[in-house]
Design a protein around this ligand. Structure first.
Ligand code: BGC
Length: 319
């Protein structure tokens, strides 16, 4: 409760939306907000960097504020605060797609445009979803898994929040891709709520119960590095395979050291960058004009993925 009050107070100050023009007179600058699932993780820092770059290009104010850990209730409180402060547009990466439908409806009733980014709420009144095609990304992970880890053995899946649509779509895509190999068995699935320390302790417990584990499959950013720490502690490098998502610095390090064999690279910077542009265009009642290389199909703007392995890491992430 106290934390929430501090958030809301902070927002009040930021949402004042007034900028000094330097001539003594004050000019109103539109203020937008992006609400991630949580704040602090390097994945989200990249989204914020992209948002800030676009805010600078457009000369608008943009706030990046979410709960300390994945919580729909706190996301909703932050959005309620943003609506009362009459922001010019709201972006949200929902921890649970249904939980935000009502608040998205009330924002749109007040003519505040809403988009989703990173994870969607497809039955809400959001204008666009901007982010990865998560089902396809999960499928890619499954196809590459077969090449890297083979077609026989025990798999443990590490996810973030059990209600997160993007992560559940990744799991579905992954499972569909390996479905024709009955000798691949999922023996455990754990939810780390986007917390790497929890991912590590879960991976350790899984290795204790399944010493013959073939592979960890991580579908959120902290999963693969959490698993890599556990595999490192037990000196099982390469023996237990690890495939995951995202290219945060610790994941890239573990790929270079040979602990992680592959990761799906999303484009979090671009999610922040494109999301703000879309909100800005809708706010100005303009047809949306996307940065080069992006297009909208069925109200979805796919930001794309790459698959990073020890073989191509230096090409895409030069040291
Ligand atoms: C997902 C986010 C998640 C983040 C941190 C990313 O892979 O796209 O939704 O919050 O990992 O766990």
């Amino acid at each position: 409760m106290k934390r929430l009050l501090i958030y809301l107070l902070g927002l009040l100050v930021i949402f004042s939306g007034l900028m000094n023009t330097g001539c003594g007179e004050k000019k109103e600058v539109p203020t937008f907000i992006l609400v991630p699932k949580s704040v602090g993780h390097p994945y989200w820092v990249e989204v914020e960097r992209g948002m800030n770059a676009m805010a600078k290009e457009l000369g608008v104010k943009a706030i990046f504020n979410g709960p300390p850990t994945g919580s729909s209730a706190l996301q909703i409180s932050i959005i309620e605060g943003a609506i009362s402060s009459k922001v010019a547009g709201i972006g949200i990466s929902p921890n649970e797609p249904e939980a935000v439908e009502a608040i998205i409806k009330s924002a749109t009733e007040k003519e505040i445009p809403v988009i989703t980014f990173d994870s969607d709420s497809p039955n809400s009144l959001r204008s666009y979803y901007i982010g990865t095609d998560n089902y396809q990304a999960g499928k890619t992970l499954g196809e590459r898994f077969i090449e890297i880890a083979g077609t026989k053995g025990k798999i443990a899946i590490l996810t973030g929040g059990l209600g997160a649509m993007n992560l559940n779509e990744r799991i579905k895509g992954f499972k569909d891709a390996i479905a024709e190999y009955p000798a691949l068995m999922t023996v455990s699935m754990q939810a780390n709520n986007d917390d790497e320390a929890l991912a590590l302790s879960q991976a350790e417990a899984i290795l204790q119960s399944h010493p013959d584990l073939l592979a960890f499959v991580g579908v959120n950013a902290p999963a693969a590095p959490g698993a890599a720490r556990a595999v490192k502690a037990l000196d099982k490098k390469g023996e237990v395979k690890i495939l995951g998502f995202d290219t945060v610095p610790i994941t890239l390090d573990f790929i270079r050291q040979g602990y992680i064999q592959g990761t799906v690279a999303q484009r979090p910077y671009m999610m922040g960058y494109v999301s703000l542009k879309v909100l800005y265009d809708i706010h100005n009642s303009k047809e949306i004009q996307l940065p080069e290389g992006f297009e909208a199909a069925d109200k979805i703007i796919d930001t794309g993925i790459l698959f990073i392995t020890p073989e191509n890491i230096d090409e895409h992430f030069p040291k």
